[in-house]
Ligand binder design. Structure first.
Ligand code: PEP
Ligand code: MN
Length: 341
């Protein structure tokens, strides 16, 4: 249930509604908007209570209207928040008019490798530098990432190049240290339903990219976003990175591009596409990137390595700097054609 306050509602009126909701044993969430405040009820409301509660709340001073949100996710829904959310990360606006590109290596391997990747993607027009320090690997025998050393390199290279940085946090106990080194957190596909991790990141106000699990439905993905939002973090960006495929012969996963318009209809949160993990082969990354921008994605997350053949992780899907630069030139034309230039 959402209680929209009138544009001129006073702080006392807002508090009055919050107190009334709390007195009924329900959890009230204050969501100050651009023009007016909305109050969400984050607890489940018994069906027999709904009608009388709607009437009682609508009669309180300062209340404009009360809406029942039909979906299981509330704060993530467009019903709750009709305007698009724009996540502003040190001036890089994700969810606004411009398409934002986040690019860099799958894993941070060394200062030289990360710096070369950063300089190349920045020169081509990427705004955000990605690089994994804690890597979720299928096999325990493959490179697991440089950990804290990798985080330090990311911070150093981010500062040296003036880029906003993004890295994955895999463990709830690492949230503080990852936040201290990166502007954007990533919750990886495999951790989309790691609820203690979602709660820990939800308690921060740090911008976060939430990847869709390879077998997750759209509702499950939005409910994971709801964990972040309901704990107070509204700096949430959704990332589709391919779902479990019918056929792995040619691609690693299947990019669910329809998730872009579907999710943008259901939710106000920005949606970005990771074509690299979706296709798993550098050859198809450009086509899927162009399609993603044409479909209305707010951004892209692309793996780029200065020398993909030597990559310690995901080399086959990494673009070389030259291919990335020519893709960025194409993307500017696609973005302009769909009014996102
Ligand atoms: C990654 O971005 O490097 C990664 C591991 O992605 P995903 O969680 O989508 O597999
Ligand atoms: Mn990767």
């Amino acid at each position: 249930m959402i209680i929209a306050m009138k544009a001129g509602a006073t702080a006392a009126e807002i508090q009055g509604v919050m107190d009334r909701v709390a007195a009924l044993g329900l959890r009230a969430l204050n969501m100050p908007g651009g023009e007016r405040t909305a109050i969400g009820i984050a607890s489940a409301i018994p069906p027999e209570m709904r009608e009388s509660l709607t009437e009682a709340l609508a009669a309180l001073p300062g209340v404009a209207h009360v809406t029942q949100v039909s979906r299981a996710y509330k704060l993530a829904s467009r019903e709750f928040h009709p305007a698009d959310t724009v996540v502003d990360v040190r001036g890089v606006r994700i969810g606004g008019r411009a398409v934002v590109t986040m690019a860099g290596p799958c894993a941070i391997e060394s200062r030289e490798q990360l710096l070369a990747a950063a300089q190349a993607v920045k020169a081509a027009g990427a705004q955000v530098l990605r690089g994994g320090a804690f890597k979720p690997r299928t096999s325990p025998y493959t490179f697991q990432g440089l950990g804290l050393e990798g985080l330090k390199l990311l911070k150093e290279v981010g500062e040296a190049t003036g880029m906003v940085t993004l890295t994955e946090v895999m463990d709830q106990h690492d949230v503080e240290v990852v936040m201290a080194h990166a502007d954007l957190l990533q919750i990886g596909a495999r951790n989309m339903q790691n609820f203690p991790l979602l709660v820990a990141v939800g308690k921060t106000r740090h911008p976060v990219v939430l990847k869709r699990g390879p077998s997750a439905t759209i509702d499950e993905w939005l409910l994971s976003a709801e964990y972040l939002l309901s704990h107070g973090n509204n700096q949430v960006i959704l990332c589709e990175r391919g779902v479990h495929p019918l056929d792995r012969t040619y691609t690693r996963n299947t990019l669910d591009l329809s998730a872009v318009p579907v999710v943008k209809g259901l939710s106000h949160l920005p949606v970005v596409i990771d074509p690299s993990h979706a296709v798993g082969t550098w050859r198809y990354v450009a086509a899927m990137s162009r399609a993603a921008v044409a479909a209305g994605a707010d951004g892209l997350l692309i793996e780029v390595h200065p020398c993909p053949k030597e990559a310690l992780c995901d080399g086959p899907q990494a673009l070389e700097p030259d291919s990335f630069a020519s893709l960025m030139a194409d993307l500017r034309r696609v973005a302009a054609a769909v009014g996102r230039g």
